[in-house]
Design a binder for this molecule. Structure first.
Ligand code: ZN
Length: 421
């Protein structure tokens, strides 16, 4: 059944034009929206009164990690990490080794729910569970489908737990890509040897996909590459063909030199900026210097709130990067261009948020960006429509039982923490 949003103000996501209208939203991957001057009198639609509300395209996350969802509030690691490599070793690689299917399903459901409630209807995820590789991507996909979210998943292939587990990651990716849209995930240059790297690129070629990998997140990735391969990270990846795919996503890209920036600017690959994660890990600040316009934003598993991620990109970035109001918004929305230009499904025009945004100052096309950075927050997300279906109504999920899922997640979180200790 289609949805009719009546008496609303629609904000065109690219031109930021405001128009008073009624919107007919049709369901499905091929569904769209239609603007109507008159409210139709037939009874064929679910009518949502949006008087005084704003409707615009919903949001999408360019880099997420379902696997980190149950980490919130867990105890201190065995050793207090002193640098980025120790953060991985003592926190994330201890956690991902302990994940099993029940924990992953709970992680995926709570991540999808958090996305939906923040107005995010599509997530690009990078998943690791080295001792439960097989079927992990399908488990996550089914959880996302249940909540109603669009997704582009990959498994984080790495040699860090041995070549046998790297091979399992390649097999899981090939299996998943035979049924679903997705990417070929690699962890990072410093945990992926040449054989695995070449096999992953080969798989991306065979499946008409792309690579999703962390690049120079910390200076140690560059140092390792120079010492081991006598090459900088992007040079090494470029030699293997990683940036040759327009579907390729390179996460972070903090410590690139000018030649690496030029290499990426001349490739069709995309870069994803994750400001809060970089601040949390004290690995440096992102700069777009010398890169192309193909930059989007992600949360790197820290949370699922893209409005917050955009604010962080601006507030922490505008001293070190050429990022102003409009550039922040452009990067925030660029993920839709990535998805559309690569023909990925699930992020069509029938993905919308209804914003209950009461403001003490005028709000219009000419000052939208000021409201975007200093006013609009996820608490203003009232309803969320994904693929033409209402998934959040008055701030509540209607596709799944939120209380039951959170209760089960707490059980799985305790199991995970116990297994890690
Ligand atoms: Zn990441």
């Amino acid at each position: 059944m289609s949805i009719l949003l009546t008496n609303t103000t629609y904000i065109q996501p690219e031109t930021l034009e405001f128009s008073k209208t009624n919107i007919l939203v049709s369901e499905g991957l091929e569904g769209g929206i239609e603007f109507l001057n008159q409210i139709p009198t037939d009874q064929k639609h679910t009518v949502v009164d949006c008087s005084g509300k704003y409707v615009t395209k919903s949001f999408a996350n360019g880099h997420h990690h379902v696997y980190s969802a149950l980490a919130r509030g867990m105890g201190a690691p065995k050793k207090n990490p002193e640098n980025f490599e120790e953060i991985l070793q003592y926190i994330w690689w201890t956690l991902d080794k302990a994940l099993d299917t029940d924990m992953m399903r709970a992680s995926a459901l709570v991540t999808a729910m958090a996305c939906a409630k923040n107005g995010v209807t599509f997530a690009i995820d990078h998943h690791a569970s080295p001792f439960a590789v097989k079927g992990s991507l399908e488990t996550i996909a089914q959880a996302f489908d249940e909540v109603g979210l669009g997704h582009l998943l990959c498994y984080e292939i790495s040699d860090r737990d041995g070549l046998d587990i790297a091979r399992k990651g390649l097999e899981e990716t090939a299996d998943y890509l035979s049924n679903r849209q997705g990417l070929v995930g690699l962890h990072a240059s410093f945990t992926v040897g040449d054989e695995t790297l070449n096999q992953a690129v080969q798989l991306a070629r065979e499946t008409d996909s792309g690579i999703h990998i962390h690049v120079a997140e910390d200076l140690s990735d560059e140092a390792h590459c120079l010492e081991t391969y006598h090459s900088r990270v992007v040079e090494r990846l470029a030699k293997a063909g990683v940036p040759d795919f327009p579907k390729t996503i390179l996460g972070h890209c903090l410590h690139l030199d000018n030649s690496e920036r030029k290499l990426l600017a001349n490739s069709p690959a995309w870069v994803v900026q994750n400001m809060e994660s970089n601040l949390n890990n004290s690995v440096g600040l992102f700069s777009s210097r010398g890169l192309s316009e193909r930059i989007m934003l992600g949360t790197d598993g820290m949370h699922s709130d893209m409005l917050r991620s955009a604010k962080a990109a601006f507030f922490a970035g505008h001293q070190s990067d050429a990022i102003d109001y409009s550039e922040t918004y452009r990067r925030f929305r660029n993920v839709h261009n990535y998805l559309k230009s690569n023909n990925f499904k699930g992020d069509g025009d029938n993905n919308l948020v209804v914003l209950d945004y009461d403001t003490p100052t005028p709000f219009n096309s000419s000052n939208f960006l000021g409201h975007f950075l200093f006013g609009l927050e996820s608490k203003h997300v009232q309803h969320v429509i994904a693929k033409g279906k209402i998934i959040v109504e008055n701030g509540n999920l209607i596709t799944v039982d939120e209380d039951r899922i959170l209760k089960e997640a707490r059980v799985q979180a305790e199991r995970l923490w116990q297994k890690m200790s």
